[in-house]
Structure formats: C-alpha cells, structure tokens
Ligand binder design. Structure first.
Ligand SMILES: Nc1nc2c(c(=O)[nH]1)N[C@H]1C(S)=C(S)[C@@H](COP(=O)(O)O)O[C@H]1N2
Ligand SMILES: [Mo]
Length: 201
C-alpha cells in the first residue's frame, strides 16, 4: 500500500539529480511547448523565403528554400531555457548546423545580428554560432516546424536563453560590434547565459 501513498502528486518524489543538474538556476520544467512571440506570427511564403548571410568579406550567401533543404542536415536533441523561467529538456529537432552555413568563412567581425521575418532581431558573438552549438531548424519532433514555433525555420541556440533563438529566421549579419537586438534594447542581457542567470542588463 505504501506505493499508493508515495505516488506522484501525493508526496512528490525528489527530482532525479541527473535531471536537476540540467535545469539552470531559477528555471522549472513545463509540460507542453509554450509559445512566446512579441507581436503577430508572420506568414512566410516558401516560394520567396530566403536565408541570407551578409557582412562577409566576399559576396553574400543566400539560400532559397530548396537550396536550404538540400544542405547537409543533422538531428539534435537539446535542453532549452526561456528567460520567463520555463525549461524543456531533450527537445528533438532537425536542421542545418550554422557551421555548414559558415563553412570556410574567415572574418575579423566577432558578432552577429540575427533577424526574422516580422522584424525581430537578436545579437550574439559569432563564436556562439560555431562549433556545433547552433542550428537553423525546420523540423520539431519529426514534423515540419509549425508557424507559431518559428516555421518554416528558426535558429536554435540552446546554450543561451531562448530569446537568442529567432523564429522565422531570415538573416545572419556579421558585425564588428555587439549591436543590441529587439529584447536587448529593452533591457535584456547582451549575452544571456542561463547558467549565470544573465536575464537582464
Ligand atoms: N522572431 C521571433 N523570434 C523569437 C521570439 C519572437 O517574439 N519573435 N521570441 C523569443 C523568445 S523570448 C522565446 S522564449 C522563444 C520562444 O520560442 P517558442 O515560441 O517556440 O517557445 O522564441 C524566441 N524567438
Ligand atoms: Mo523567452
């Protein structure tokens, strides 16, 4: 009978330490997948969709939807952390590593401004997009990424708070200085490391 009284929700078992170690300070796990969007969800037409890499020493790089879909793809599972304090573990995605987009790029510019269809922007160091740490994802949980979560494609940069992962991504622009984006000009932290609770500046 002890099993009944120890059942989930009656006396909640302590969280598995292996799970607890993956939740940054001040965060908690949520069921489902919350949607956080500032403003309306933009309609993005795949026939005119482009991903654009600018600020290179040479010519811009551009991918149509067909060209993007033909790039080498990766499946990845990552933990994500929103500054509003929810986290989700083991979210499963497919997409293109930003390393693939930046293949062969050498530059003195140390920062990137990411921009979205709809106008959202965010900034981060170029180093945070390289080395297997960031992807342009178009599949979530085995299904095409839904518009509310950023479909056709979004950035996923899981080691930073999730506002650094623009939905409906359109452009990556290399910059010589750290230019604050949509939330950063409104007081969010320039870098946003969830493990150091870099929520606001
Ligand atoms: N274009 C765009 N990207 C965005 C946002 C947004 O409002 N617009 N919100 C950010 C924030 S604050 C978070 S927490 C995540 C939320 O992603 P989700 O709605 O898929 O959970 O997207 C980020 N990317
Ligand atoms: Mo967020």
């Amino acid at each position: 009978m002890g099993g009944i009284f120890r059942s989930r929700g009656f006396s909640r078992p302590k969280q598995d330490p292996a799970v607890a170690d993956r939740i940054p300070p001040g965060q908690h796990l949520v069921p489902g997948f919350p949607v956080l969007t500032a403003g309306p969800t933009p309609r993005v037409d795949l026939t005119t969709w482009e991903l654009v890499l600018t600020g290179l020493d040479g010519a811009d790089r551009r991918w149509s939807w067909e060209e993007f879909r033909a790039l080498p793809r990766e499946e990845f599972a990552v933990d994500i952390h929103c500054v509003t304090r929810w986290s989700k573990l083991d979210t499963a995605w497919e997409g293109v590593s930003v390393d693939t987009l930046l293949d062969g790029v050498t530059t003195d510019r140390e920062y990137v401004v990411l921009d979205s269809y709809g106008g959202y922007t965010t900034n981060l160091p170029l180093a945070d997009l390289r080395g297997g740490k960031a992807w342009v994802a178009d599949v979530y949980d085995g299904q095409p990424l839904t518009p509310e979560h950023g479909g056709p494609a979004r950035l996923v940069v899981p080691h930073l708070y999730f506002w650094k992962s623009p939905k409906w991504v359109h452009g990556l622009r290399l910059s010589g200085r750290d230019e604050p984006g949509f939330w950063e000009v409104r007081g969010y932290h320039a870098y946003g490391d969830p493990w150091r609770e870099q929520r606001y500046s």
